[in-house]
Write a protein that binds this ligand. Structure first.
Ligand SMILES: Cc1ncc(COP(=O)(O)O)c(C=O)c1O
Length: 383
C-alpha cells in the first residue's frame, strides 16, 4: 500500500493524524485540475470549476450524509470554526461548555472571542483513562449551568486520540436547546459520519486527513435554521450578491475571492480510491493491528493506554502518556536518528506519543518504534 502514496519510503510514517497523506492517483487528479485552471482561468473559475465543485460537494454530502446545500468547502477546520465563532454574538457571562482535551488552535480562537465579549470558555475535566460513555457524559454535563449557550467538542481529539460520544452530546444539547459545535477534524474517512443522524448545529471536518485529499480540503456544515446567523469570514462578491442563488449560505461562504480551489475537486477521486482499494476492510485491519500492538508500545514506555474500552473510544489513532522532560528533542531524535515520524505532544501537564495507523503501515513499523524506544531508554536521557 505504501507505494500508492508519495510518502518518503525511508521514513516510518506513524503520523497520518497531523496532516494526512495523499495517494498518487488523487494527487495527480489535483494537479490535473490545477492545470485545467491555468489553461483557461476565467472559464474555469467562473464556470467549469464551479460545476466541478458542486459535483464534488454532492459526493462529499453523500459520504458524510447531509444535504449539499448545507455544506461549504473551507481550506481547514480553523477557517470554518473562526467563521462560526466570530458570528456568534456572545454576551458577557454566556458559557461555552467544552473539555480539557480540545485542539490548541481552537482553544486559542475561543479564548480570543471570550476575551473580546466577556463570554466564558469553560473546560470540563475529562478524567483519564476513559472507560464508559456514561461516565464521560456525566462528567461533561456536570459543567452545565443556566448560562450554557453552546457545547463545543472534538469528535476525535488530537493529542489524546479519543473518540468522544458526540451522538449523545448532540442529542442532549438539542433537548436542552443548546447549540452544538463539533470539531470533526479527524473524522471523515476515519469513522463513519452521518451528520443528518447526529443533528449538530455546526460540524466541521478535514478531508485532507483520513479522506486522503490534498492539503487544504475541509468543510463547514451549518444546520439550515442557523445559516442566516453565520457571516462570511471574508466579505466578497457573494455578500449582497448581484446574482443571488437560492442559498444565501452558499453565496456568502463559497466564493471568498480568487483562490485555487482544485483540492476541493478531488473528493470524487478520494471516494473512488476508497472503492478501488477496499479501503473499508483495509482500514478495519489497520485498526486491529494498531490495537493489538499499541499495548506493547505502552509496556515498553512503562505506561498505559488512555482507555480499555477500544470499541467506544479508539479508531486508527492511539495516544500513550509518556514521561519525558524533553518532548521536542525526543521527537527530533526519533525523526533524525531513527527515521520515524511520530508526534510527541504536550497537553496540559502531560506528554503523549500518538500512533496513527493506516493501510500503508505494517506491524514492522511498530516493531521499529519499539526498538527505537529501547535504544533511547538505554543510551539517552530522553526517556
Ligand atoms: C481536533 C482538531 N481540530 C482542528 C484541527 C484543525 O487544524 P487546522 O485548521 O490547522 O487544519 C486539528 C488538526 O490537526 C485537530 O486535530
Amino acid at each position: 500500500m505504501k507505494s500508492y502514496f508519495l510518502l518518503n519510503p525511508k521514513i516510518t510514517y506513524l503520523n497520518h493524524g497531523s496532516f494526512g497523506a495523499c495517494p498518487k492517483p488523487i494527487f495527480e487528479s489535483y494537479q490535473n485540475w490545477q492545470q485545467q485552471l491555468e489553461m483557461d482561468p476565467v472559464h474555469f473559475i467562473v464556470n467549469k470549476g464551479q460545476e466541478a465543485m458542486n459535483k464534488s460537494k454532492k459526493v462529499l454530502a453523500d459520504f458524510i450524509k447531509c444535504d449539499p446545500i448545507d455544506l461549504v468547502f473551507t481550506p481547514n477546520p480553523s477557517y470554518a470554526l473562526n467563521t462560526v465563532i466570530r458570528s456568534l454574538n456572545l454576551n458577557p457571562g454566556d458559557e461555552i461548555l467544552t473539555t480539557d482535551q480540545e485542539y490548541g488552535a481552537m482553544d486559542r480562537t475561543w479564548n480570543y472571542y471570550a476575551k473580546k465579549t466577556g463570554a466564558v470558555y469553560k473546560k470540563q475535566k475529562i478524567n483519564l483513562p476513559v472507560d464508559s460513555k456514561d461516565r464521560f457524559l456525566d462528567a461533561f454535563f456536570q459543567g452545565l449551568t443556566k448560562n450554557t449557550k453552546i457545547v463545543f467538542l472534538s469528535h476525535i481529539t488530537s493529542s489524546t486520540g479519543l473518540i468522544f460520544p458526540i451522538e449523545e452530546i448532540c442529542k442532549k444539547s438539542n433537548e436542552l436547546g443548546i447549540l452544538s459545535i463539533i470539531d470533526g477534524a479527524h473524522v471523515p474517512g476515519h469513522i463513519p459520519l452521518n451528520i443528518e443522524a447526529l443533528d449538530p448545529t455546526i460540524y466541521t471536518g478535514a478531508c485532507h486527513k483520513w479522506m486522503l485529499a490534498p492539503k487544504g480540503t475541509s468543510f463547514l456544515f451549518v444546520k439550515k435554521d442557523f445559516q442566516k446567523s453565520i457571516d462570511p469570514l471574508v466579505i466578497s462578491w457573494g455578500y449582497n450578491s448581484d446574482n443571488p442563488t437560492a442559498s444565501q449560505f452558499q453565496d456568502y461562504h463559497q466564493m471568498q475571492g480568487t483562490t485555487d480551489f482544485s483540492s476541493y475537486l478531488t473528493i470524487p477521486d478520494c471516494i473512488e480510491f476508497f472503492n478501488q482499494n477496499n479501503w473499508k476492510e483495509e482500514t478495519k485491519q489497520s485498526r486491529n493491528t494498531l490495537l493489538n500492538l499499541a499495548p506493547i508500545v505502552a509496556k515498553e514506555l512503562e505506561s498505559n493506554l488512555l482507555t480499555t474500552n477500544f470499541d467506544d473510544f479508539l479508531g486508527q489513532m492511539c495516544s500513550i502518556p509518556i514521561k519525558t522532560t524533553q518532548p521536542i528533542k525526543l521527537k527530533e531524535y526519533l525523526y533524525h536518528k531513527e527515521n520515524i515520524e511520530i508526534p510527541i505532544m504536550e497537553h496540559s501537564d502531560k506528554v503523549y506519543l500518538r500512533l496513527s495507523f493506516q493501510p500503508y503501515n505494517t506491524a514492522n513499523d511498530i516493531e521499529k518504534l519499539v526498538d527505537a524506544i529501547r535504544k533511547i531508554k538505554t543510551s539517552t536521557t530522553l526517556l
